[in-house]
Design a protein around this ligand. Structure first.
Ligand SMILES: Nc1ncnc2c1ncn2[C@@H]1O[C@H](COP(=O)(O)OP(=O)(O)OP(=O)(O)O)[C@@H](O)[C@H]1O
Length: 750
């Protein structure tokens, strides 16, 4: 909380502090070859190192020296979302999160009665609910920005369940900007006015740099101009400018790095890509308009680098321009409301800053900083998603599960687990793009966001388990090579005997290797299939059960309404009958009155009688008035009843429509299930194909073995024959039949 307050109180000290803020202890040089510490290095240490080098010159091969330690794990930071729910489930002890297991959660199902269970997770850092955006930026990102300026690549991933605060951490709000706007501000303030105002040098996907001609420069500038002009509305543009300059004023109190040397080339480019349903889109590409499909981009690869083919890199010369591009791209992002977040991002989005820096074409380096806001991992049951949302969730979960499997395989390989030789990077676009970083060859950090609310407990556990594996990966460790099987060792001995067997051995070795690989594959496929089957079955049952329940409730409501309507109909008929009767009575009474008054007028003499009649008439008139009132009231009652009846009719009709809608979603879900079953069928087929391939290989091997055996036999027989001949030779030698021809006495004839 202190941190947050600090941030707002700074407004009053805006300008005067800007120059003072430059922290002289953060001195950056271009020569990072000697830099050893990790990304969280103490700044004063770095300053000492750099002071020692007299001439700080940028050399592309030197700047590519990563700033992290050899055996350091991936940095996994935990951030707990701020919330009003007071939960005692989580306790923080330094860098360890202790989770109690609540009753009713998944985890509690297996615990013994009366026992208390807790789980512990270790992180690089834990940021509690009160942690400010500033603190997150200062602790995790600041040093990375400096390393980025020094030519090193960095990737920051935000991971977590839906609604756990990933986008808040990455982008934030106008009042509480997240790490991307803060990085833009910090980065441009560090580079000061030295950043190029014209796009002289443009990064290429392979890590090289293209020097632009005058016309290309003009073209690049017009791309930026067009995008900014295309921004949604003038008012919005003004609002972004205001927000950014407001943020800049507020942040100007904070320290920035000082460069002791600026190179003439300092060109900054940004890109913004989205992976939605396993398709890649360019968020800086103007909207193609309604009913038009956005162009899908493919992944390309050059040597060790993977990149998105055709992704726009847009030249920027200020933090504000980059910030406006960020908002432009966010407009094109795929959002939707789910049961757990009403503004949930349905895709992984990657905002990247590229810096081309150096002196000339030969001496120029490109560094990239990727900010990746991953789509929320979500349990399908909780989101109650159906149709399109369900399809999205399945894709999101599947790419996150590939990420999880890659991380787990890398960890296993690094720890020398048996039978793990590869990671399934190629199974999702996300993991292909970040393969190099995930293998620990580049700096990568993860900010894991969790929601401490008890009803998110199971999702949170899922996320924590994932991060626990990621935490174990060490950077810069090469994967182990698989040991040879015993079978191939046996073959190696045979090589000494028969020369022809060499080829067979190699083939056998190849077969064994293939067989092992196939066996692994089949095992993996079977495991995946079982998992997939189980999950699908569970989801299907849940969706169907849920819909059936809802269906039954609605049907009961409809039946009750129908009955009520029948009752109302009956009452209506009854009331109408009463009204009719009353009308009849009224007519009768009126007739009596008319008759009486006629009689009165014909009998003027009888005064007493008249008086009686007058009383009677008055009484009748009163009665008639009463009846009229009653009649009026009944009419109103009937009107009310009819209105009620019509209302019930309307509700009934609405219920009917809802039931129809539910039937439609049910059939949608069935279709989804069918398509998943088809996919499963395809998997089964590929397993069958693999099995028959294995059978074929085994047959071939049996055939080869037979051939080998024949050769051995032949060899044996040949040896036997040679030995026999040698034996014959030995027997014949003393007689001087062959070798002693020269010394033998001449043959004489008798
Ligand atoms: N630390 C925080 N302090 C205040 N509000 C927060 C915090 N973290 C998240 N929120 C708020 O919670 C809501 C959900 O957060 P956010 O959209 O960032 O989640 P998300 O993880 O990106 O979700 P999804 O994966 O569904 O897109 C937002 O309204 C956000 O402003």
């Amino acid at each position: 909380m202190m941190e947050a307050l600090e941030e707002y109180d700074n407004d009053s000290r805006e300008y005067e502090s800007y120059l003072e803020a430059r922290d002289s202890s953060i001195v950056l040089g271009w020569n990072m070859a000697e830099s050893k510490g990790n990304s969280n290095n103490d700044h004063s240490d770095r300053s000492k190192e750099l002071d020692a080098s007299d001439d700080c010159i940028l050399l592309p091969d030197q700047v590519k020296n990563p700033p992290y330690n050899k055996d350091e794990g991936i940095n996994v930071h935990l951030r707990i979302k701020k919330s009003n729910v007071d939960t005692k489930l989580y306790t923080i002890e330094d860098k360890i999160l202790i989770c109690a297991v609540p009753e009713g959660s998944h985890a509690a199902r297996n615990k013994r009665e009366g026992s208390t269970v807790s789980r512990k997770f270790k992180f690089t850092n834990i940021f509690d609910q009160e942690t400010s955006q500033k603190h997150i930026f200062d602790s995790i990102i600041k040093a990375k920005i400096l390393n980025f300026i020094n030519g090193n690549n960095s990737t920051v991933l935000a991971y977590g369940a839906s609604g756990s605060g990933k986008t808040f951490t990455m982008i934030g709000t106008e009042e509480q900007p997240g790490i991307i706007p803060r990085s833009l501000d910090y980065f441009f303030r560090t580079l000061e006015s030295h950043v190029n105002k014209k796009p002289i040098a443009k990064p290429l996907p392979d890590g090289g740099v293209q020097f632009l001609t005058e016309s290309q420069t003009a073209q690049e500038l017009s791309i930026l101009k067009n995008i900014l002009a295309d921004s949604k509305s003038q008012a919005e543009q003004v609002s972004h400018s205001k927000t950014f300059s407001h943020m800049q004023r507020r942040l100007s109190i904070n320290n920035v790095g000082t460069l002791n040397k600026f190179t003439p080339i300092l060109a900054v480019w940004v890109s913004f890509a989205e992976i939605y349903n396993e398709n890649i889109y360019d968020l800086l590409q103007p909207d193609p308009g309604r009913h038009q499909q956005r162009p899908r981009l493919r992944i390309g690869g050059l040597q060790d680098e993977t990149y998105i083919r055709g992704l726009k890199y847009v030249f920027v010369q200020s933090g504000l321009e980059a910030y406006r591009l960020l908002h432009y791209g966010m407009h094109n992002l795929s959002y939707a409301a789910t049961a757990v977040n009403e503004h949930s991002s349905r895709s992984h989005c990657i905002f990247s800053i590229r810096l081309a820096s150096g002196y000339n074409q030969k001496n120029c380096n490109v560094s990239i900083f990727n900010f990746c806001d991953l789509a929320g991992s979500e349990r399908l049951k909780k989101t109650l998603n159906v149709g399109e949302r369900l399809r999205e969730s399945t894709k999101i979960n599947s790419s996150l599960s590939v990420l999880g499997r890659c991380i787990s395989s890398i960890k296993d390989m690094q720890q020398g687990a048996r039978g793990v030789s590869t990671a399934p990077f190629r199974d999702s676009k996300l993991t292909i793009l970040f393969q190099k970083a995930l293998q620990g060859k580049e700096d990568i950090s993860m900010i894991v966001n969790i929601n401490a609310s008890p009803d998110m407990y199971d999702d949170t556990q899922h996320v924590l388990m994932f991060s626990a594996v990621a935490q174990e990966i060490t950077t810069r460790v090469e994967p182990k090579i698989l040991k040879r099987s015993r079978y191939s060792a046996y073959n190696k001995n045979l090589l000494n005997y028969v020369i022809e067997e060499k080829e067979n051995d190699e083939r056998n070795e190849e077969i064994t290797k293939l067989r092992n690989e196939k066996a692994d594959l089949v095992l993996e496929l079977t495991k995946q299939k079982e998992l997939f089957d189980k999950e699908m079955e569970e989801e299907r049952n849940y969706v169907i059960e849920n819909h059936e329940k809802r269906f039954n409730i609605l049907s009961k409501q409809v039946t009750a309404l129908k009955q009520e309507n029948k009752q109302l109909e009956k009452s209506k008929v009854l009331l109408e009958r009463q009204v009719r009767q009353l009308k009849m009575e009224l007519i009768e009474k009126e007739q009596v009155i008319t008759f009486s008054s006629n009689k009165d007028s014909g009998n003027e003499g009888g005064e007493t009688e008249n008086k009686d009649l007058e009383y009677k008439i008055a009484a009748y008139q009163l009665e008639v008035e009463g009846l009229k009132d009653k009649n009026q009231k009944l009419k109103e009652d009937v009107k009310e009843l009819v209105a009620k009846y019509l209302e019930q009719e309307r509700i009934y009709q609405e219920q009917g429509e809802e039931i129809q809608e539910l039937r439609d979603t049910l059939s949608d879900s069935k279709m989804d299930f069918e398509s998943l079953s088809n996919e499963l069928e395809r998997h089964k087929k590929s397993v069958q194909e693999l099995t028959s391939e294995i059978v074929e290989l085994s047959d071939k091997r049996a055939f080869d073995e037979q051939e080998l055996e024949d050769l051995r036999q032949q060899n044996y027989q040949l040896r036997q024959e040679i030995e026999n001949m040698e034996a014959v030779n030995e027997v014949t030698q003393p007689l001087g039949l062959e070798d002693d021809k020269e010394n033998a006495p001449p043959l004489t004839c008798r």
